[in-house]
Ligand binder design. Structure first.
Ligand SMILES: Nc1ncnc2c1ncn2[C@@H]1O[C@H](COP(=O)(O)OP(=O)(O)O)[C@@H](O)[C@H]1O
Ligand SMILES: [Mg+2]
Length: 289
């Protein structure tokens, strides 16, 4: 569904934000991108959206090589990819219903289709009774539900979320995670950047850890940080299956992803590429938006 091949991103001024990242994300997976502030999480998300061009490497999203996509086709890419951000990005002068409907209007959907689809997704996110409110009349958690509804109303095969719980308290974050989990269970591939340890540890999904733009760990049903003990076991172990939590066979979607070239290497298996003992307490405080 998403494949990155030796992707490097160097910003103007020479900051290397992403270094030689190769990553395969199968249809239906839920993947956390974790790592400290500045490790390249947001840049990876922006590259997958073609909000930024890669410096080197290639990226396939929903069957298209987006690094070679002409600019005029980028809006078509966005139809396949819903996005959720830390700061909600709602239109303040539109109601909840209008904010969500707008996502379909820009795609040119007919009125008769938009109404029922909006009602349905507002039901899904639990905001049917607040459809006529404006964003300022909602709590942060409710505003984020609106932005999830807007991202999902077109039923895209992929949802990319960059710190969607970054502005929310822990209890409210749990509600948003339940929602993303439900969306994932409909078959939507979800990639979520976060530095929230509690959420990652509770969800037990695939974890791709970044450090200075590099993938330092890619673990199925992982935790935010590998425990020191696990890392030592892993280093002394002959197989790479030990000490990494329970491998969950159902996590791996079957092959046949049109996005991946025939020579695609290993799928989302449990593999540990941590070379060093991870630092403790990477970051657990809120990050500036
Ligand atoms: N538009 C930009 N121009 C220059 N440097 C950037 C830009 N965006 C991010 N960076 C730098 O790239 C690195 C990765 O940033 P980012 O992807 O935002 O990390 P994260 O989301 O993990 O905090 C950081 O060193 C950051 O300062
Ligand atoms: Mg970020």
């Amino acid at each position: 569904m998403i494949r990155l091949e030796s992707v490097t991103k160097i910003y103007e001024g020479g900051v290397v934000a992403v270094r030689d990242v190769t990553l395969d994300i199968q249809k239906g997976e839920f993947v956390f991108l974790v790592g400290p502030s500045g490790s390249g999480k947001s840049t990876l998300i922006r590259l997958m959206l073609r909000q930024e061009p890669v410096t080197r490497g290639r990226i396939w999203v929903a069957g298209k090589d987006i690094t070679r996509l002409p600019n005029w086709k980028v809006p078509y890419l966005r139809r396949s990819v819903g996005t959720v951000f830390q700061d909600f990005k709602l239109l303040p002068n539109k109601t909840v219903r209008e904010n969500v409907a707008f996502a379909l209007e820009v795609l040119g959907r007919p009125r008769g289709v938009i109404g029922p689809q909006v009602d349905q997704v507002l039901e899904l996110v639990g905001l049917a009774d607040k459809a006529d409110r404006y964003p300022r009349q909602l709590s942060g958690g409710e505003q984020q539900r609106v932005s999830v509804a807007r991202a999902f109303v077109n039923r895209p095969p992929i949802l990319l979320a960059d710190e969607p719980t970054g502005n929310l308290d822990p209890a409210t974050s749990v509600g948003i995670m339940r929602l993303l989990d439900r969306i994932n269970r409909t078959g939507t591939t979800v990639v979520m950047a976060t530095h929230d340890h509690a959420i990652v540890d509770a969800m037990q999904r695939r974890v791709v850890a970044l450090e200075q733009g590099r993938v330092i760990r890619d673990q199925r049903a992982g935790r935010y940080e590998t425990a020191l003990r696990d890392t030592i076991e892993m280093r002394t172990s002959k197989t790479d299956q030990e000490g990494q939590g329970e491998p969950e066979a159902t996590d791996v979607a079957p092959e046949g992803d049109a996005a991946a070239p025939a020579a695609a290497p290993v799928a989302a298996d449990t593999r540990e590429v941590t070379a060093e003992v991870p630092e403790v307490g990477v970051e657990n405080e809120g990050e500036a938006p």
